[in-house]
Write a protein of this length. Structure first.
Lengths: 325, 325
DNA sequence: GATTAAAGTGTAACCGATTTCACATGCGGA
DNA sequence: TCCGCATGTGAAATCGGTTACACTTTAATC
C-alpha cells in the first residue's frame, strides 16, 4: 500500500494524492475519489518517507534527569499533553543526572531526529552551552534561567524569600537550611541566596551557617537533618530545598522524638503528595509544574514556526504560592 | 553531507560506505579511508533514510495511563534504561486513563512508527484485544496478565493474600478494604479476591462487605476511608489497593482523631516514598517495578529477534515482599 | 472577445540510505 | 594449468513520499 497504488486506484496522479493529504489545490471531484479509496484501503502515508523528504519528524525530544520524580513527572505530563495537542510525539531520554549522558542525548536528538528539544537541566557548564549553541533545532530549557536561551522557570528567589519570611513571622528564630548543590542554579544557589538574604535582613546573619547540602533523595534529607541538628541543637525551623528532602527530614526528626511542627516547623517546595501526607502542618511552595511544561511546548512551537527568521530568545518566569498542607 | 559525498571523498562507492557502517565485507584499506573521512566530517547516516529502506525505526513505543505516578515512573525508568542499553529510543504516550486514547496511540504506533510496543494497561476490553491482534509489531503488556500475549506482571493474588493474613496474625479482626474498579483485573479484581479468600478462610466472611472502590487518587482514598468508617465504626485494620489511596486514608483517619496504627492498622501496596513517610508503621507490599520494566524490554527484544518465526507468547510473574516502613 | 489571473494537474527530480546482483580478484587444491 | 571458492566491489533499483515546474483549464475583468 503506497501512494502509487492509491493514485492508480483513484485514477489520479501521485501528486494529487499527496496534495489530498497536505494542502489543497485539488478539485472536489478528485478529492472525493481519493477520499473513497483511502477509506476503503485504510491507507496512511508513510511517516518515514515524509520525513525523509520534508525534514520534519513531528517529534520533540525531551531530556530529563529522572522520570520517577513527582515534580518532573508533572512537568512531563504538561509537556506531553501540549505536544500531542500540536500533533507531535515525544521522544524521551533520562540522564540519571549524568552530564555526559545529557550531552550525548542532546547530540543524538539534534542529529535531525527531532524537530525541537526540551531540556530539564540541572547543571549548566561551558560544554552544555557549546553544544546548545551548535544545535540545529530550537531548544527550550525548563527549570533554569539561562540567559540567551529560551527558558521557562519559576521564581525561586522570591518564593524562598517569602517562605523564609513567613517562618520569622510565625515567630521562629533559629532557622536551618538543607539545600542542593550550588552548581544547580535554580534549586541550589537561588533558593539558598533568598534564605540568606532574609536572615541577613532580619539581623540573624549567623543563621546562614546552619546550612548543609544534599542530593534530591529522601534518604539524603534524612541523614542531613541529623547532621544539621547535631550542629545546632536548638533549631526551631527548617527549610528544605525540596519536599522530598523535607519528608526525609521529617522522618529523622520524628525518630529523634521531636514534635513537628510545635518544636520545629518544616518547609519545603513542590506541593508534593508527600507534603500533604507527612505532617499536616508542613509548609510547602506550590509551583505550577504542568503549566511550565505546557508553556515550554508553546515556546518551542513558536520557535518552530519562526524557523529561519532571526529569533530572539524568550524567557518566562512563573509564580508560586505558599501552601499549608 | 550525505553518503555520496563521503563516498567521493574517500574514493569509494556509496555501497562501500554503507557497508562500512553496517556489516563487513570491506577491505582494510577502504575501511581506513572511510574512517578518516567520517572522522573529519563528523558524518552520520540519516536515520530516516535508513528507516525508509530497512523498515526498522529503532524506537519502542510505550503507552502508560499517566506518568506522574510513583509506580509507573519507576516502571518507565526500568524500561528506558533497558531500551537504551539495546540501542533503541523511546516514544512515550500518556492516555490519562482514556481507553479511546489508548487505542489511538496503539494504532498510531503500530503504523510502522515503532518496532515494538510496551503497554501499561489497566482495563482490557474486547476492542483492545482486537487491535492487539492486528498489531503489526510485537507487544508486551506490563502489569496485567493477558492470556495469549507477552506479559510481565506481579503476583497480586498471593501478595494480597499474604498481606491480609498478616493483619490477622497481628490480631486484627475487623478489616476493611479500599479497592480499585473490578475491570482492572490486576489492581481491582485480583487483590480484592485475595482479601476475600483470606477473610473467608478465617471464618469472617462478613468482612468482604467492608469494601469500597476508589480511583487511584490520594483524594479518593481520603474520601472513601471516611465512607467506609461510617459504614463500620469499629474497624481495626484497613487494606488499600495502593499506597496512594492508603496515604489518603491515613490523612482522613488522623483528622478523625484515630491513632494509627494502634487503633487501625493500615496496609497498602507500592513501597512508595509516601508509605515510608506517612506513618512509620504503614505496611506495604514491595513490587520490583524497575525490574518489571526491564524484563518487558527483554521480552520485546526476544520477540524482535525471532521476528518472522512462529513465536509463542511468554508470561512472567514476579514476586513481592512485605515491608514495614 | 481578448487578456489575465487563479485553480488544477501530471511529470520528474529529489530526499539518503540499503541491498541485490553481477562481476573481479586472489588463493589453494587437483 | 584449470577450477572453484571466498572475499571485495560498484552500478542500479528501491523504499514512499514531496514539490518545482510547466502546462491546461476555468473564471474574472475590462
Amino acid at each position: 500500500m503506497n501512494i502509487d497504488s492509491i493514485a492508480e486506484m483513484a485514477g489520479v496522479s501521485r501528486a494529487a494524492v499527496s496534495r489530498y493529504f497536505n494542502n489543497g489545490y485539488i478539485s472536489e471531484k478528485k478529492r472525493e475519489a481519493i477520499r473513497q479509496v483511502v477509506e476503503e484501503t485504510g491507507y496512511r502515508p508513510s511517516v518515514q518517507a515524509q520525513t525523509l523528504r520534508t525534514k520534519r519528524t513531528k517529534m520533540i525530544g525531551v531530556i530529563v534527569p529522572k522520570i520517577a520524580s513527582a515534580s518532573i513527572g508533572r512537568i512531563v505530563e504538561g509537556i506531553l499533553s501540549m505536544i500531542n495537542e500540536n500533533g507531535y510525539q515525544m521522544l524521551l531520554a533520562v540522564t540519571q543526572n549524568d552530564p555526559k549522558k545529557e550531552l550525548e542525548y542532546l547530540d543524538a536528538f539534534s542529529e535531525k531526529q527531532v524537530d525541537g528539544v526540551i531540556l530539564l537541566g540541572t547543571v549548566f557548564q561551558a560544554e552544555h552551552k557549546k553544544i546548545l549553541k551548535n544545535l540545529s533545532v530550537p531548544v527550550v530549557i525548563v527549570g533554569q534561567q539561562v540567559p540567551g536561551y529560551n527558558c521557562v522557570f519559576h521564581d525561586d528567589y522570591h518564593a524562598f524569600y517569602d517562605l523564609t519570611r513567613l517562618f520569622f513571622e510565625r515567630g521562629r528564630e533559629k532557622l536551618g537550611y538543607i539545600g542542593a548543590i550550588r552548581q544547580d542554579v535554580a534549586v541550589g544557589a537561588e533558593r539558598y541566596r533568598a534564605f540568606c538574604d532574609v536572615v541577613r535582613d532580619m539581623g540573624h546573619e549567623e543563621l546562614a551557617e546552619n546550612y548543609v547540602t544534599a542530593d534530591f533523595a529522601l534518604q539524603a534529607g534524612y541523614e542531613k537533618a541529623g547532621e544539621l541538628l547535631e550542629k545546632c541543637r536548638d533549631l526551631d525551623g527548617l527549610i528544605c530545598a525540596t519536599d522530598t528532602m523535607a519528608a526525609g527530614a521529617v522522618r529523622r526528626l520524628r525518630e529523634m522524638g521531636i514534635r513537628i511542627p510545635e518544636q520545629i516547623l518544616i518547609g519545603g517546595q513542590g506541593d508534593a503528595q508527600i507534603a500533604r501526607v507527612a505532617i499536616p502542618s508542613l509548609i510547602t511552595l506550590h509551583y505550577s509544574y504542568e503549566k511550565s511544561g505546557e508553556i515550554a511546548v508553546q515556546m518551542l512551537m513558536e520557535a518552530l514556526a519562526e524557523k529561519g527568521t532571526q529569533q530572539a530568545s524568550k524567557e518566562m518566569k512563573l509564580g508560586y504560592h505558599i501552601v499549608e498542607a
